[in-house]
Design a protein around this ligand. Structure first.
Ligand code: FES
Length: 107
């Protein structure tokens, strides 16, 4: 079931926002095209919040060792991480962002 996780107005362009939905940490990113992305917030290389990292185009880069995860697929495009993070479907309703943390996108 979808849960409201934030308002669209809570997001800053190219800056990740960490939310926790039913115990699942998720990084939200508003990109330059106005698209909202939701990917797993925990880097697969270490216990680091990806939302503390850097948005670069269509990636979110972990600040610890530099792995850049695709916002569209969750795949790490650079080492040292090699396992993807989950990607969640985002639903926008009346300026609010909804996510079901039990449903990941099939990429
Ligand atoms: S903890 Fe994220 S790249 Fe190492």
């Amino acid at each position: 079931m979808s849960t409201r996780v934030a308002a669209l107005a809570d997001l800053t362009l190219n800056q990740a926002l960490r939310v926790v939905v039913d115990g699942t940490p998720i990084a939200l990113v508003l990109d330059a095209q106005g698209e909202v992305h939701a990917i797993g917030d925990t880097c697969t290389h270490g216990d680091i919040s990806l939302a503390e990292g850097f948005v670069e185009g269509e990636t979110l880069e972990c600040w610890a060792h530099g792995s850049a995860f695709s916002l569209k697929t969750g795949k790490p495009l650079t080492l040292p991480a090699y396992e993807p993070v989950p990607v969640y479907a985002v639903e926008l309703r009346d300026g609010d962002i909804f996510i079901d943390p039990t449903v990941t996108k099939e990429i």
